[in-house]
Design a protein. Sequence first.
Length: 462
Amino acid sequence: MNTREHNLTKHWQAIDAAHHIHPFTDTAALNKEGVRVITRADGVYLWDSNGEKILDGMSGLWCVQAGYGNRELADAGYEALKTLPYYNHFFKTTNPYTAELADKMAKLLPEGHERVLFASSGSEANDSALKLIRYYWNLKKKPHKKIHLSRELAYHGVTMAAASLSGLTPMHPQFDLPLPGFEKVPTPYWYGSKEAYGDVTPEELGRKVAEQLEKKILELGADNVASFSAEPVHGAGGVIFPPPGYWEEINRICKKHDVLIHTDEVITGFGRTGEWFGSLTYGIKPDIMTMAKGLSSGYQPISAISLGERMGDAIANANEELVHGYTYSGHPVASAVALKNLEVMEREKMVPNVKSGIGPYMQRRLRETFEGHPIVGEVRGIGLIAAIELVADKGKREFFPNIGDVGTHCRNYCFGSGLISRAIRDTMVLAPPFIVSESEVEEIVAKLKAAIDNTARDYKKM
Ligand SMILES: Cc1ncc(COP(=O)(O)O)c(C=O)c1O
């Protein structure tokens, strides 16, 4: 790093500390430590203002499916910026980019999902989904169906409704949430289920947890329950996968009690699990889906809500104004980039590669390397999403005391060696861009191995 770079870094750190409050961050602690300035990115790598190269094993926030520096996406955005930088859809107008995008999505979405609405973030999409669910039941003359069910450990975003829907409890007290009308049910987190459920198999746990959903619906009265929301795979809650049979049971229970299924595909959408949507991977029958991130590979803020047949028909044929929408719903530049992103992903066969090529390669290498490790309790994953659960006693499925400390320690080793892997509690998480190569997977595995070895050694001394 030369003097100019050093001075610039100091400058950016100073103005950021003075004026910028970061999301999900202890501002005072960050300002004391000094923020890292990310200046550019290419492929699976980021560079900071000191010239350090970092392998992004998390695709930003699980979103850069196509990898960084894709020229075609940049050109598509530039073209739209020159041609139609902005216009809205409120006044009986559309634009070619958004109309083409909606059409393209209808071809990729699960059967019956023919209609989409647009927004700019996952949180907005989830907030909108809950409003549309309420509207649907009002149209169906079942106005008592108002309660939104969701799962413990779920992450659905940060608006008042999306945070209320989230089951990560630290998200609530600062804001006096959840709002009334939001209820939680357990989730099938097998590795962490021993205390509550004993020595059950994952399949048994899936059944028992699904039973809890039915119990809750009956307790509240099916006439009062509007919807059940869930991520096909928990992301920020710890990368937790559904056991076999779980979603079949959920489909059955929701159908029986006429509860709408809302799948939050903000992470699982657009190929992460090896199919275009997690709902397809797990045979879920959603009435409504929300998606964001991978829709534009994170190059533009855009999200969407897709309506299954019954919701789509009811809302599109309501014969009245839908009193909902954002200034940026279907923004032309974001739509153009998303459309190009889907075209590139299809042409480059990225999703089949996640399913049958690089995805299985990464999963195999993680299992080979970590399953026998003394502090690794479980390696789980599918496609290009994976979790490595660090534990005190793998035989007894016993977590470390002070949950989170060991994960943070390990994550710091990763950062130090130029790898971004996120720690959720004591679980190390990976979700690299779909363009990751075998040699880059090897780099991830080697850096993570060194970090976990160092963590195990330090833990012995703690
Ligand atoms: C499953 C899920 N839903 C919703 C969101 C919220 O999306 P956003 O941060 O774009 O509002 C996220 C963000 O990580 C997510 O993982």
